[in-house]
Ligand binder design. Structure first.
Ligand code: NAD
Length: 417
């Protein structure tokens, strides 16, 4: 057993290799998929509130553009690396193909601690980053959205900076915007809603109802908190949640509305009165029906995978399961709904937002949610049909489904040399 940190790009490549072999992917296409099309590194001078200048490092990676413009979030975090952004860009290529929306894969990130930046510093950093990557983004080139450490306000600065440079209104350049700037109804909760839809489908596959199922959620940001609320409203019993400050549990079920109020006031789940403290590592192996990792990469590893007691894992986060953990979970009969399917609700409603911006015609929330259910259930069924056809696990099934769609498009286009 190795204690070396798991490189997320190597983790993506490991799954890609297994899927390509099983599918019988053409060797030339395999080589193309193993490396991103374009990686940009930028240095960002920012005037801090104390009058000093800091220089931050930013990245934008486009993994594959065959099926459409790149699509993918921008992450602000101290642990951002080029390889992490490359991994997430590739996952976006596969994710957009799994839900069959006409995008390729992209991702961006800035190495920074978003919690220690003032609003003014965050705005100046965002604007400088967008000015630096201006040439490679745009509604038909690469469309960013939010990710860890960024939100609708950040996306509004992205929009404004881009529009000031191109000197026209181009609100389809970014998704996850505030409603008043062309955002879509339902986008804020879309990733959490996708987790709900796929959790329900997974339970149905096991012949069990979602109502009454017990749930643990790791990470209580955009994805984790919305998934928690929606699963609770669907009748599931949320008994443990965590964030970067700690974990809490209540076996009788947490009072989710009181918890959401506590988090909006204190910015953490810890200290919530209706619960006891829990060791954050123990949350992943807690006795529940459904485990939702919704924080960050490599949380379920070969070390803790044998102890996972959940029947279903719905990957709200990107890359929460290390490649070595997958066979252990499969062996133990844990049904894993892989990230490129489970958290694709966000990019699906981002696609709806981009379509609405380009049409200049906006949909009601009910229409957005109905279309999301349609896209996600189709993607779930196609993923599991592929999984069954190739007698593999759902992650490799999802990769094969995606590979097949991207490969078909690439074969028609041919290689331009
Ligand atoms: P966020 O910044 O809103 O929230 C992240 C949460 O995780 C916070 O509560 C933070 O405290 C917690 N956290 C961080 N490290 C942790 C740890 N080690 N243990 C427990 N909690 C920890 O981010 P988000 O937008 O909710 O994204 C979460 C994950 O979902 C990321 O992997 C992201 O790439 C993925 N994702 C997000 C979206 C989206 O629409 N926001 C879409 C698809 C996938």
């Amino acid at each position: 057993m190795s204690n070396a940190p798991i490189n997320p790009y190597e983790a993506m490549q490991a799954s890609l290799r297994v899927a390509s072999e099983l599918y019988g992917l053409d060797d030339a296409l395999f080589k193309v998929f193993m490396a991103p099309t374009r990686s940009m590194i930028v240095s960002l001078p920012v005037l801090m509130d104390n009058g000093q200048w800091e220089v931050f490092t930013g990245y934008r990676v486009q993994h594959n553009l065959t099926r459409g413009p790149a699509k993918g979030g921008i992450r602000y975090d101290l642990n951002v690396t080029l390889d992490e952004v490359k991994a997430m860009a590739a996952w976006m290529t596969w994710k957009t193909a799994v839900v069959d929306v006409p995008f390729g894969g992209g991702k961006g990130g800035i190495v920074c601690d978003p919690n220690s930046l003032s609003m003014g510093e965050k705005e100046r950093l965002t604007r400088r980053y967008i000015a630096e990557i201006m040439d490679i983004i745009g509604p038909d080139r690469d469309v960013p959205a939010q990710d860890m450490g960024t939100d609708a306000q950040t996306m509004a600065w992205v929009l404004d900076t881009y529009n000031m440079h191109v000197r026209r209104t181009e609100n389809a350049v970014v998704t996850g915007k505030p409603l008043s700037l062309g955002g879509s109804l339902g986008r804020n909760e879309a990733t959490g809603r996708g987790v709900l839809i796929t959790a329900r489908e997974a339970m149905q596959r096991l012949g069990k109802p979602l109502a009454g199922a017990t749930v643990a959620v790791q990470g209580f940001g955009n994805v984790g908190s919305q998934a928690t609320r929606l699963l609770h409203e669907a009748g599931a019993r949320i008994i443990a949640v965590s964030d970067s400050k700690g974990a809490i549990k209540n076996d009788r079920g947490l009072d989710i509305h009181a918890l959401l109020k506590h988090v909006s006031e204190t910015k953490t789940v810890t200290g919530f009165k209706g619960a006891e403290a829990l060791d954050p590592a123990a949350l992943l192996t807690y006795q529940v029906d459904i485990l939702v990792p919704a924080a960050t990469e490599n949380q379920i590893t070969e070390d803790n995978a044998p102890k996972v007691r959940a029947k279903v894992i719905v990957e709200g986060a990107n890359g929460p399961t290390a490649p070595a953990a997958d066979p252990i979970l499969q062996e133990n009969g844990v049904l894993v709904v892989p990230d490129i399917l489970a958290n694709a609700g966000g990019v699906t409603v981002s696609y709806f937002e981009w379509v609405q911006n380009r049409q200049g015609f906006y949909w009601r929330e009910r229409e957005v949610n109905e279309r999301l259910v349609d896209y996600m259930t189709h993607a779930f069924q196609a993923t599991f049909a592929t999984t069954d056809k190739y007698k593999t696990n759902p992650r490799i099934g999802a990769y094969i489904l995606a590979l097949d769609r991207v490969a078909q498009a690439m074969k028609y286009r041919g290689f331009y040399a």
